[in-house]
Design a binder for this molecule. Structure first.
Ligand SMILES: [Zn+2]
Length: 281
């Protein structure tokens, strides 16, 4: 413990010099006593409502009158004690600079957890065709692996090949109201066949990293029944979204996500009309 305190002081003293050139340091989210989390935001901008499946005109008029909604692409970095875990990698454009600003090198990553195998989540896995995270175990759900392996998805196969020997297959659990300490994989099928989200727990505090449970917060929070064209099975994705929302609202579990346009956690509340609201704390 003493070592960690001394190291912390050394890093604080080094910050003013390092900060002159480095990317801005992402804001720290604390979970419990030893866990720190950072949302590494790669893109932020406006999405187009054309991605929504069967959204009623009135819903669009109410929540996206100019046919757009705020959107983002994020990855999430977790440090708990000496253990560094990256959840997804975004497109792999700016996560490495953001990690460097936090003093974390790709070699320091012990584990990469993948929510699913879409390009905006796995884009940072390889550099020049080789492992971007040379010391990391890479974990994803067995279902996701089986699907992308059997369909011969080129980007996925390259990653599976590069990390062969370091792959771990996860068996995500159903979402409930209590979770083990550490990081628990939870099934949120539908966006892809094996889409997996991750609950972080340290002591009595929790933070849910909900991956692609939503893509258009402005519309899908008040109307979670609406899916997007990226969802492989829109009906299953809707059922997963509704199950996740019910639990995080009832348990007041803070949430970050890969397409939530925020870098700090938000809290979900039922809005009394069958939908939800999302407020960044
Ligand atoms: Zn995505």
């Amino acid at each position: 413990m003493k070592m960690r305190i001394l190291l912390g002081v050394a890093l604080m003293m080094a910050t003013p010099i390092a900060a002159q050139q480095a990317a801005p340091k992402p804001e720290t989210i604390r979970v419990g006593t030893v866990t720190e989390v950072w949302v590494l935001q790669e893109t932020s901008g406006q999405g187009n409502t054309g991605v929504l499946v069967d959204a009623p005109a009135q819903v669009l008029a109410d929540h996206a009158s100019d046919d757009t909604f705020p959107n983002a692409t994020n990855a999430v970095l977790v440090r708990s004690g000496d253990e560094v875990t990256l959840i997804d990698t975004g497109y792999g454009r700016t996560i490495f600079d953001k990690m460097a600003a936090l003093g974390i090198a790709p070699e320091d990553v012990d584990r990469v957890l993948l929510t699913h195998m879409h390009g905006d989540h796995i884009g940072g896995m390889l550099r020049d065709g080789a492992k971007a995270f040379p010391n990391a175990k890479v974990a994803l759900s067995q279902r996701e692996y089986d699907h992308f392996n059997s369909t011969g998805n080129e980007a996925a196969l390259k990653i599976f090949e590069a990390y062969k020997g370091s792959l771990e297959m996860l068996s995500p659990v159903e979402i409930t109201s209590s979770f083990d300490q550490g990081i628990t994989p939870i099934a949120a099928w539908g966006h892809t066949p094996g889409h997996t989200i991750f609950m972080i727990r340290d002591g009595y505090e929790q933070l849910l990293v909900w991956g692609d449970v939503t893509h258009a917060m402005a519309i899908q929070m008040p109307h979670p029944e609406i899916s997007v064209r990226y969802d492989a099975d829109p009906a299953v994705a809707r059922d997963s979204r509704l199950a996740v929302l019910r639990v995080v609202a009832a348990e007041k579990i803070p949430v970050v996500g890969m397409h939530i346009p925020a870098t700090m956690p938000g809290v979900v509340s039922a809005n009394g009309e069958g939908g939800y609201s999302f407020r960044v704390r």
